[in-house]
Design a protein around this ligand. Structure first.
Ligand SMILES: NC(=O)c1ccc[n+]([C@@H]2O[C@H](COP(=O)([O-])OP(=O)(O)OC[C@H]3O[C@@H](n4cnc5c(N)ncnc54)[C@H](O)[C@@H]3O)[C@@H](O)[C@H]2O)c1
Length: 426
C-alpha cells in the first residue's frame, strides 16, 4: 500500500484508496502501447505542449490514463472528465489523481447531474485545447460557455458520432475553432472501431450475461466499421449473425460477407441478442419490442444511449428488476421478458473494459500527434473539421508495424515513377 496519499490536485473520484489497483492496471496497459511509449519519450525531450491547458473528456480507462500521462509529460496542463457516466474505471481515476497529479472528475455510475458538473469543472480549466469523445466539451462550450471560446486554439474528436456533429456545426458555420477528426484516421477507425469494438462488445455481453453465443441469432444493427467488427466476432463464436442496415451499399456488403440481411421488423421476431451500433436513435423501438421473443437480450455499443428506445420499453413493461450487474429485466404485460444490458449505454465500456490497449495505442498516438499539430499550426487553421494528416496516419502505422516486428517492402524508384506517371507503358 502507498503511504497516506497527499492529494494536491482538484478532483472528484470515487475512492482514492483504489489507486494502487489503478496504477497496476495503467502500467499493464502501457506495456501494450508501444507507439504511445515512443511518443512519450519524444514528448519528454521536446516538450511540445509546454504550458498548454488541455481539457479532455474521454472514457476514463487505463489506456486513456496513458494518453493523459503522455500529454502531461509533453508539458501540458491537463484535466480529465468522463465522456460517459458508466464507462469510468474508478481505480484508474484514483491513480491519475494520486500518483500522476492529473485533475480528474469521473465516477462510474454517476448521475446525469454529476456527469455534467464534471464536464463543467473541466471547462473551468479554461482549455486552449479540447479533446472530446462524443463532442460534449465542444457542444457545451458553444451552447453555454461561449466566453471560453475565444481562448481555444483547437480540439480533437475521437469518435464517429462526435465527428458527425462537428461536420453539422461546421456546415452551419457555428464551429468556432478547428477540430481534428481523429476517428477518420485510417489507423483509428480501421482498427479501433472494427477490431476494438468488435472484440470488446462481445466481451461486454459475455461478462454481463455469461450466455453461450454459439447457435444464437445475433442481430447486429448497423454494418459500419464497428458493426462489421461485432458481426465478425459474433460469427467467430458460432452465432448466426443477422445484419440490419439502412444504407444499401453496406447492406449489400453484409450480404456478400455471408450474413443474413433483413429489415428490423423481420429480425425482431427471430433475434436472441440485439446489438445496436449505428450512431443513430430509435434503432430498436416499440414495434420491434412487440415482436421480440421471450428472453431477448438488447444492448448498444454506439456512442449515445439513444439507439434503444428505453422509454418506450419502460412504458410497455409492467415491472423491472435488476437480475445481474448490468442486466435489467423488463417484464412485459403479455408475460414476455426482455433483458437490457448496461442501461443501453456502450456495453463494451459498461460491463467490460473497453478496447484493448494495443488498439487504443494507435487511436491515442493519433490524438497525441494531432494535439501537437494544433499547438504548432493553430494560427494557420480555419474554424472547421480537419482530417488527421496522412503523414501522421502512415507514421503511426509504421511505428506500430515496427513495434510488432513486421517488415514491409518499399517502392523502388522505378515503381514509384511507374505509379506516378500516365505516360509509362502498360
Ligand atoms: N463502443 C465503442 O467503444 C465505440 C467505438 C467506436 C465508435 N463507436 C460509436 O459506434 C457508432 C457507430 O460507429 P461506426 O464507426 O461503426 O459508424 P459508421 O458510420 O461506420 O456505421 C454506422 C452504420 O449504421 C448504419 N445505420 C444508421 N442508422 C441505422 C438504422 N436505423 N438501422 C440500421 N443501420 C443504421 C449506417 O448506415 C452505417 O452503415 C457511433 O456512435 C460511434 O461513435 C463506439
Amino acid at each position: 500500500m502507498s503511504a497516506n496519499p497527499i492529494v494536491t490536485v482538484p478532483c472528484d473520484v470515487k475512492d482514492l484508496a483504489l489507486a494502487d489497483a489503478g496504477k497496476r492496471r495503467t502500467e499493464w496497459a502501457f506495456q501494450s502501447m508501444p507507439v504511445l511509449q515512443t511518443i512519450r519519450k519524444q514528448f519528454i525531450k521536446t516538450q511540445p505542449l509546454a504550458g498548454i491547458r488541455i481539457a479532455a473528456c474521454l472514457h476514463v480507462t487505463s489506456e486513456t490514463a496513458n494518453l493523459m500521462i503522455t500529454l502531461r509529460d509533453g508539458g501540458a496542463d491537463i484535466v480529465l472528465c468522463a465522456s460517459n457516466p458508466l464507462s469510468t474505471q474508478d481505480d484508474v481515476a484514483a491513480t491519475l489523481v494520486r500518483d500522476y497529479n492529473i485533475p480528474t472528475y469521473a465516477i462510474k455510475g454517476e448521475s446525469n447531474e454529476s456527469y455534467y458538473s464534471h464536464i463543467s469543472a473541466a471547462l473551468d480549466h479554461k482549455p486552449q485545447i479540447t479533446m472530446d469523445d462524443g463532442c460534449d466539451l465542444v457542444t457545451i462550450m458553444h451552447k453555454e460557455r461561449r466566453e471560453l471560446l475565444e481562448g481555444v486554439l483547437g480540439g480533437t474528436e475521437e469518435t464517429t458520432t462526435g465527428v458527425i456533429r462537428l461536420h453539422a456545426m461546421s456546415k452551419d458555420g457555428v464551429l468556432r475553432y478547428p477540430v481534428i477528426a481523429i476517428n477518420d484516421a485510417m489507423t483509428k477507425h480501421f482498427f479501433d472501431n472494427r477490431y476494438g469494438t468488435g472484440q470488446s462488445t462481445i466481451d461486454g455481453i459475455l461478462r454481463a450475461t455469461n450466455v453461450l453465443l454459439a447457435g444464437l441469432n445475433v442481430v447486429v444493427c448497423g454494418y459500419g466499421w464497428c458493426g462489421r467488427g461485432v458481426a465478425t466476432r459474433a460469427r467467430g463464436l458460432g452465432s448466426n449473425v443477422i445484419v440490419t442496415e439502412v444504407d444499401p451499399v453496406k447492406a449489400l456488403e453484409a450480404v456478400m460477407d455471408g450474413y443474413r440481411v433483413m429489415s428490423m421488423q423481420e429480425a425482431a421476431a427471430i433475434g436472441d441478442i440485439f446489438i445496436t451500433v449505428t450512431g443513430n436513435k430509435g434503432v430498436l423501438a416499440r414495434d420491434d419490442f412487440e415482436k421480440m421473443k421471450n428472453g431477448a437480450i438488447v444492448c448498444n455499443s454506439g456512442h449515445f444511449n439513444v439507439e434503444i428506445d428505453l422509454e418506450a420499453l419502460g412504458k410497455m413493461a409492467s415491472s423491472r428488476r435488476q437480475v445481474r450487474d448490468f442486466v435489467e429485466e423488463y417484464a412485459m404485460r403479455d408475460g414476455r421478458r426482455i433483458y437490457v444490458l448496461g442501461e443501453g449505454r456502450l456495453i463494451n465500456l459498461c460491463s467490460a473494459e473497453g478496447h484493448p490497449a494495443s488498439v487504443m495505442d494507435m487511436s491515442f498516438a493519433n490524438q497525441a500527434l494531432s494535439v501537437e499539430l494544433v499547438v504548432k499550426n493553430h494560427a494557420k487553421m480555419e474554424k472547421r473539421v480537419y482530417p488527421v494528416p496522412e503523414d501522421i496516419d502512415r507514421h503511426v502505422a509504421r511505428m506500430k508495424l515496427e513495434a510488432m516486428g513486421v517488415k514491409i517492402d518499399r517502392l523502388t524508384p522505378e515503381q514509384e515513377k511507374y505509379l506516378g506517371s500516365w505516360s509509362e507503358g502498360t
